[in-house]
Ligand binder design. Structure first.
Ligand code: DC
Length: 221
């Protein structure tokens, strides 16, 4: 099975690029952030402070999270409930970042992610895919862009979805999340030694996609 790992900070365009790449290649696109978000949502609903590592770890036992794929689109479920839309709020972004620092949460999600790549050709995006989850991925990309550009994209995305947003707040939360994701003790956001760095600052979506496609095709051939 072939695996393409795409890691990088929030808002760098990983999901858009990974989805488009998977479509071009006929691979399954796996958005691993959705798993951390689903756990964040679960803990929030229980009223558990997501910064309390022990409480989060202690309540993992009740989490029934799974991914399903319909027409190439990933959906994430908590039990029987499709929470794919409910996890896309700013509040759940923060909760997801918090729970992702809990070692037991990462261990809990490890097999699920690894197993998907055993049975499918995948493009998998996240923070630790090339370093921890799929260290033998054929292609590893570290996709990034400046914080201001990423915040602007995220802000426009929220507005498009009809959600309320404040650019300065989005930027501040994004910088905080960058810091937290890069400085946590387990599986911090760092480029794998053998990853290819792609900076999408100033590139259009199409330009970034073409650059990635070229990189992937060179590596796979
Ligand atoms: O990519 P995203 O914004 O949906 O991710 C939400 C949070 O989950 C992010 O702050 C970091 C965490 N995450 C992670 O730690 N490891 C992954 N493989 C994917 C996401």
């Amino acid at each position: 099975m072939n695996a393409i790992a795409i890691d990088g900070p929030g808002g760098a365009g990983k999901s858009t690029m990974a989805r488009a790449l998977a479509k071009q290649l006929g691979y399954v696109y796996v958005d691993t952030g959705a798993l951390y978000r689903a756990i964040g949502l679960y803990m929030r609903r229980l009223g558990i402070p997501t910064t309390d590592f022990d409480a989060v770890a202690g309540n993992l036992i009740g989490v029934k999270v799974r991914l399903a794929f319909r027409n190439g689109e990933q959906r994430v479920f908590l039990g029987e409930e499709d929470v794919s839309d409910a996890i896309r709020t700013q509040d759940i972004s923060i909760a997801a970042s918090n729970v992702s620092a809990v070692p037991q949460v990462r261990a809990f999600l490890f097999d699920l992610q690894r197993d998907l790549a055993k049975t499918n050709h995948v493009v998998m995006d996240g923070r630790d895919i090339g370093t921890v989850v799929l260290p033998h991925a054929q292609v590893k990309i570290f996709l990034t862009a400046s914080p201001e550009e990423r915040a602007r994209r995220r802000y426009e995305e929220l507005l498009e979805k009809g959600m309320e947003a404040d650019y300065e707040q989005v930027l501040a939360e994004l910088k905080q999340r960058d810091y937290d994701d890069s400085h946590r003790a387990v599986a911090p956001l760092v480029p794998a030694d053998d990853s290819i760095l792609v900076d999408s600052t100033g590139l259009t979506r199409e330009e970034a996609l073409q650059r990635l496609l070229k990189t992937v095709q060179e590596k796979l051939s």
